[in-house]
Design a protein around this ligand. Structure first.
Ligand SMILES: [Zn+2]
Length: 232
């Protein structure tokens, strides 16, 4: 899978963790492949609270470049109550600032609360993962210093407002992701998503922004290295 991605031109990947077990597995993968880096995360709908001590231990590894995925999900029920999610996110944001690592943020139906949480943590930096909102929210997160990370969703013909965001996003804040095995591009519905399929999204994003793939690749590389500073 990593080989196929590299062959397709995806030369660096971050595998985000959703709980301790998967964060650990992602980290093992990152030690097996020079192209793969890891995020240590705790998904907002996890029933148990994050083990911050264990996360801190894992995150100190040289192959860990982010705290993620973390965030708020007020739509996917049954999840922990909103208050509990907000409290956990506060702890996880503090960990990210303490370790000087960027966060990858999952936000579903909680943009107001996510923005407030970011604001409460000066020095926090990161990416809005799987960005799916319209320009007014894009602008808000850009103002907070965040990057917008776009996935296969932008390739779906119905997503005109999101395509507008792709066009207007400042070049130094634009990131791409697959969210694989989820987040399929329009032409790959029904098959598990793969890192190599990032090219589906990249091709459309380059087209929307009126640049070629090589130019987009340079932007992506520069942005990813600027945000995920431990990535080499
Ligand atoms: Zn997510």
């Amino acid at each position: 899978m990593v080989r196929a991605a590299v062959d397709a031109g995806v030369t660096r990947m971050i595998t985000m963790g959703v709980d301790l077990e998967h964060s650990q597995k992602g980290l093992e993968l990152a030690h097996q492949h020079t192209e793969v880096f890891a995020g240590i995360g705790h998904y907002p709908t996890e029933t148990s609270a994050p083990d911050v001590e264990a996360m801190r231990r894992l995150a100190s590894d040289e192959r860990v470049v982010a705290i993620g995925e973390v965030g708020l999900d007020f739509q996917d029920t049954p999840g922990p109550p909103r208050d509990a999610q907000i409290q956990r996110l506060d702890t996880l944001f503090s960990l990210a600032v303490e370790m000087d690592l960027p966060v990858s943020i999952h936000n579903r139906a909680a943009a107001t609360e996510v923005a407030a949480a970011i604001k409460a943590h000066p020095g926090l930096r990161g990416a809005m993962h799987y960005f799916a909102l319209e320009w007014d929210w894009a602008e808000r997160f850009l103002e907070l210093g965040f990057f917008l990370s776009f996935a296969g969703l932008v390739t779906r013909p119905s997503r005109n407002a999101l395509r507008e965001v792709v066009k207007r996003c400042p070049p130094d804040r634009l990131l791409l992701e697959t969210d694989s095995p989820y987040g399929n591009a329009h032409n790959r519905m029904g098959v598990p998503n793969r890192p190599a399929y990032l090219l589906d999204t990249a091709t459309l994003v380059a087209q929307l922004r009126g640049i070629n793939l090589d130019e987009l690749a340079k932007i992506e590389r520069d942005n990813a290295l600027a945000l995920f500073r431990k990535m080499t």
